[in-house]
Ligand binder design. Sequence first.
Ligand SMILES: NC(=O)c1ccc[n+]([C@@H]2O[C@H](COP(=O)([O-])OP(=O)(O)OC[C@H]3O[C@@H](n4cnc5c(N)ncnc54)[C@H](OP(=O)(O)O)[C@@H]3O)[C@@H](O)[C@H]2O)c1
Length: 253
Amino acid sequence: MSNPKPLAGRIALVTGASRGLGKAMALALADAGAILALTARDQAALDSVAKVIRDCGGRAEVFLADATSEAAVQSLESEVKARLGPVDILINNAGINIRKPVIEFTLAEWRQVLDTNLTSAFLMCRAFVPHMRGRGYGRVINLTSMMSHISLPGRAAYSASKAGLIGFTKTLALELASDHITVNGISPGPCATEINKPILENPALSQQFISKIPVGRWGKVEEVAALALHLCRDESAFITGTDILIDGGWTAQ
Ligand SMILES: NC(=O)c1ccc[n+]([C@@H]2O[C@H](COP(=O)([O-])OP(=O)(O)OC[C@H]3O[C@@H](n4cnc5c(N)ncnc54)[C@H](OP(=O)(O)O)[C@@H]3O)[C@@H](O)[C@H]2O)c1
């Protein structure tokens, strides 16, 4: 018989929990019994996610933080520990995309993408992995992307950051394997969230994307959330150091 609350008693921290995939993963983990630490920069949006969780009988706390700031991540670590206790599950989901040709990128834009998508995961892991050590269970999930395996014109910074995140995932998995902490990437294909607004708002471009997806539609945030939940289960302890594509078959072509 399956356990309806497989994450009961676990504390899960999700970055970029204010909307999109982060929100969906936070709701799925809360539904599975986890206590949620929700973080991003938009207080009102985070409060509304926390309200949904509390209205369903769960527990969630909101922590405002810019995941690219070393000082903010250090304060986040002490605040989360003080208010909730040691984190068992860390989902590094905060991310942005700036789409333009390489020769048009400013250095500031390049750094903004790398800082948000890659360096933030390093800062968060350095702060929160010590919470997990020596406790027999830990989960780190990094939101990589289909664009770390393939690319498109205009995606240099994004692809570089996400491919780098896969390398980081593998190294950290090796460093933590003997501590029963798994570290994995989830590589979604196109999902209908704010990060894809420029595509979604352009019907011709949106159709062009759909035509490249063998299942013939955008991915659903709940589908990515279900995969994240699977990786958090006790039964997933042997899955580590890998990156799982969830892309409707795009990269199989
Ligand atoms: N949707 C897709 O098709 C897709 C495909 C592959 C990979 N992904 C990856 O999945 C993750 C989530 O994307 P999404 O689709 O849910 O996009 P989204 O709706 O734009 O959400 C991005 C989240 O990141 C947060 N964020 C951005 N910069 C931040 C910063 N400096 N500090 C803290 N939080 C920050 C945002 O919150 P605030 O603005 O409130 O801070 C927001 O909650 C990203 O890493 C993205 O690259 C998405």
